[in-house]
Design a protein around this ligand. Structure first.
Ligand SMILES: Cc1cc2nc3c(=O)[nH]c(=O)nc-3n(C[C@H](O)[C@H](O)[C@H](O)COP(=O)(O)OP(=O)(O)OC[C@H]3O[C@@H](n4cnc5c(N)ncnc54)[C@H](O)[C@@H]3O)c2cc1C
Ligand code: FES
Length: 262
């Protein structure tokens, strides 16, 4: 059997002006929310993408650079080569009754998969959909369709709560909502702020980190976040673990391994 799965895209759904969700004619039944696949575009590169749905496999792609713009423009019938699932995903504890999911940008899509698993486990998820403006918000209809309470926060106040996603998380908790854990996926500065909100309220948190990746399987060392390989020990780390990583919230590395500030 090939190490890669090559499967045709069965449909493409436009989430907003720059995010497309690709559904593939293949499944990863054992995959967990927070895990990722490596997508290979021959002649270009190979990059990691969160599993948004395992059966069938769905990936949500934000078109930001050359690789993702090419991928987001794929059409139904085009074929993709992928390998995975890789990494450590989010986990749920049997004692949890209600959890808060905080997503920023395309990170919201990966939390949709976690929300489904919460419902299957009898845990009530509450969703914060963080976006810069109302045009950036994604997946609100998905959460509503699943019967999940979803709150939108926008940086400019063009929809929902005006402010950052962690500020809305703080408000929900201060207003009396009870959560057993906070999960976050999105820009690193947002996740750092969410981890601090969780700590301030004595709550556990789990964050899905991102780093430039080469191999995706713990061999090349390119995804080191300053004390942890994101592809192998992560991408999901607890908030406490993340805050101990030397580069978390401070910098990341480019393809050449040079440090870049967030
Ligand atoms: C574990 C993991 C999971 C990931 N899951 C997803 C996913 O589900 N969906 C997805 O779209 N991407 C995901 N990524 C990011 C993805 O792997 C690529 O890094 C991303 O698509 C950009 O690659 P690029 O070559 O197109 O752009 P690059 O050439 O790397 O970047 C081009 C420009 O865009 C900027 N940029 C990069 N990312 C963003 C961003 N998110 N928002 C705004 N500007 C940005 C860069 O700073 C740069 O200026 C994930 C990364 C990791 C490590
Ligand atoms: S990407 Fe190679 S070790 Fe993580």
């Amino acid at each position: 059997m090939s190490y890669y799965t090559t499967a045709p895209i069965t449909s493409v759904r436009k989430e907003n002006y720059r995010v497309n969700t690709l559904e593939l004619d293949c499944s990863m039944p054992g995959a967990k929310p927070g895990q990722f696949v490596m997508v290979w575009l021959p002649g270009m590169d190979e990059k990691p993408f969160c599993i948004v749905n395992a059966v069938p496999l769905r990936l949500s792609i934000a078109a930001v650079g050359s690789f993702s713009k090419k991928l987001a423009a794929f059409k139904a019938g085009d074929k993709l080569s992928i390998r995975g699932p890789f990494g450590k995903g989010f986990w749920l504890e049997p004692s949890y009754k209600s959890v808060l999911l905080v997503g920023g940008g395309y990170g919201v899509a990966a939390l949709n998969f976690l929300a489904e698993q919460c419902l299957a486990a009898g845990i009530t998820p509450v969703m914060v959909i963080g976006a810069r403006t109302k045009d950036d918000a994604i997946f609100e209809n998905e959460f509503t369709r699943m019967g999940i309470e979803a709150f939108v926060s926008t940086d400019d106040g063009s929809a929902g709560f005006k402010g950052r996603p962690h500020e809305l998380a703080e408000k929900l908790i201060s207003d009396g909502s009870k959560f057993d854990c906070i999960y976050a996926c999105g820009p690193e500065k947002m996740m750092e702020a969410v981890a601090k909100v969780a700590l301030a309220h004595d709550l556990p948190s789990q964050l899905a980190l991102e780093r430039y990746m080469g191999c995706g399987i713990g061999v090349c060392g390119k995804c080191d976040a300053g004390g942890g390989l994101v592809c192998k020990q992560g991408p999901v780390f607890t908030g406490v673990e993340s805050l101990k990583l030397a580069e978390f919230g401070k910098c990341h590395r480019d393809t050449m391994g040079h440090k870049k500030e967030w």
